[in-house]
Ligand binder design. Structure first.
Ligand SMILES: C[S@@+](CC[C@H](N)C(=O)[O-])C[C@H]1O[C@@H](n2cnc3c(N)ncnc32)[C@H](O)[C@@H]1O
Length: 183
């Protein structure tokens, strides 16, 4: 499996985009979806928090949020935005205990994971029974220009359907998969 790790230069550039508030609309959408499924105070895992903006919003909203990212330069920025809540690790190998989270979220990161199966099993392990995993991606069918930086509805259903009961919402230009751990 080929693993792509964001470099210091990519982290620096991504941090500029986030500081310019370019993705604020997407963080707002993800936050609203989480708060519909898990009340403040819940334990929420963000996989691939990048420079930590959604993590900061979750933290401020009263969630016990933890960020898990594979890129040390990204984690450095995340730790500045939301101190003390990020850990180094990967979607497919997390240094966290079974059933530790009420909900998990991954925003614009599923398409970086390569072979999805180990990640889907790991997220399932980390959630409590009845917990939700929310994955947000750009919809490749409606935004083909994003190329490999997006997903199709069929792909999300197939990947998450390995372990979860999945429903897909389509707020333009995104796909939001709500995946429930049923057993
Ligand atoms: C495009 S950035 C998105 C960051 C953030 N979610 C946002 O929307 O601003 C993708 C992030 O996912 C992380 N990432 C990629 N693959 C990962 C994996 N397998 N496990 C954990 N983090 C991963 C990257 O290091 C990067 O920080």
């Amino acid at each position: 499996m080929e693993i792509e790790i964001f470099s210091s230069r990519s982290a620096w550039f991504y941090n500029i985009l986030v500081s310019l508030k370019l993705f604020q609309w997407a963080y707002g959408l993800a936050y609203r979806r989480i708060s519909k499924l898990a009340p403040p105070g819940s334990r929420v895992l963000e996989i691939g928090p990048g420079v930590g903006e959604l993590l900061k919003i979750l933290d401020k909203g009263g969630y016990a949020a933890v960020g898990l990212d594979i890129s040390p330069p990204m984690l450095k920025y995340a730790q500045r935005r939301a101190p003390g809540v990020s850990v180094a690790g990967a979607s497919f190998k997390a240094p966290l205990r079974d059933g530790a989270f009420d909900a998990a979220v991954a925003l614009f990161t599923l398409h970086h994971w390569g072979d999805h199966e180990p990640s889907v099993h790991e997220i399932w392990r980390l959630l409590k029974p009845g917990g939700y995993f929310i994955a947000v991606e750009v919809d490749l069918h409606r935004m083909p220009l994003v190329g490999s930086h997006g997903c199709t509805e069929e792909c999300m259903k197939r990947v998450l359907g390995m372990k979860f009961a999945v429903t897909i919402e389509r707020p333009f230009p995104l796909l939001v998969a709500v995946a429930r751990k049923t057993q």
